[in-house]
Design a protein around this ligand. Sequence first.
Ligand SMILES: CC(C)(COP(=O)(O)OP(=O)(O)OC[C@H]1O[C@@H](n2cnc3c(N)ncnc32)[C@H](O)[C@@H]1OP(=O)(O)O)[C@@H](O)C(=O)NCCC(=O)NCCS
Length: 250
Amino acid sequence: MANPQFYPLEVNPLTKEPFLRLRNHKNIIITPPRSSDPTSYCLILNDPRVHKWLTGPPIPHFREHAEAWYAVITPPIAAVLAALDAAKDKADLITVDICPVRAIREILDNGEDVYLGDIGFTRLQDGKLLAPPDVEVDKELASRYASENAERMVGDPKIIWTVGDYLTPSHHGQGIMSDALKTVLDGWAIPRMNARRINASALRGNQGSVRVFQKNGFQLAGLRENFVEARGETHDIHVLEWHLDDDNVP
Ligand SMILES: CC(C)(COP(=O)(O)OP(=O)(O)OC[C@H]1O[C@@H](n2cnc3c(N)ncnc32)[C@H](O)[C@@H]1OP(=O)(O)O)[C@@H](O)C(=O)NCCC(=O)NCCS
């Protein structure tokens, strides 16, 4: 019998891999990362149309960078899948701290699928972004905000989450990431992680990313100047905020 704890994930009957299907793009699914992903992942990240908007990953992005990143993201997903398995006889759905699916894939007519990108929800770790904008934050205060957010109990509605995403350029502008964000937000983050507050950011001028967030109910909360340094340049960022009152849970 299917494990009800996976709800609303579906499970591929052949591979047993769980997935979420996009609401409007039915040929696109979101699954856990796979060990075969790093090759496609490197190709996407090394495209300037993608990495010009990303400050985190080293560019050029080599296989060893990809392997190191997969070693970071894979174990927590394996752990949450194991926790869902272990809870299969519990009457109520458990609340968890991570979304077990993040790799966006297109299903082709022949049934195979192709890696298109990623959408990851994590606890916000940047103490400067966690602080209210009017608060002057030194290193010590930033680290206090970061620890507070990291130490909140699983399911605490005060946790502030963030979202990072990217998509292969051949598929930009087709409404895929807007759909993916809505799918993960409504399907998992709100009901299964109890996400109530999310702060996202995008480099100044990244209109596509800002629109993806705005179309999902995020409000622009301002521009933070000279906020982040990447590859020898300092960038301004748009900050976007989302919150949900319990009365409005879908
Ligand atoms: C940002 C990104 C994830 C958007 O994904 P997407 O699937 O192309 O976005 P959507 O098709 O859902 O578009 C959402 C909105 O943004 C607009 N948009 C998309 N790309 C745009 C661009 N380059 N410039 C201006 N607007 C853009 C769309 O027109 C749409 O708005 P509308 O419905 O009002 O017309 C994708 O462009 C990407 O991977 N970029 C590189 C990496 C990146 O920037 N990641 C985010 C870091 S914060």
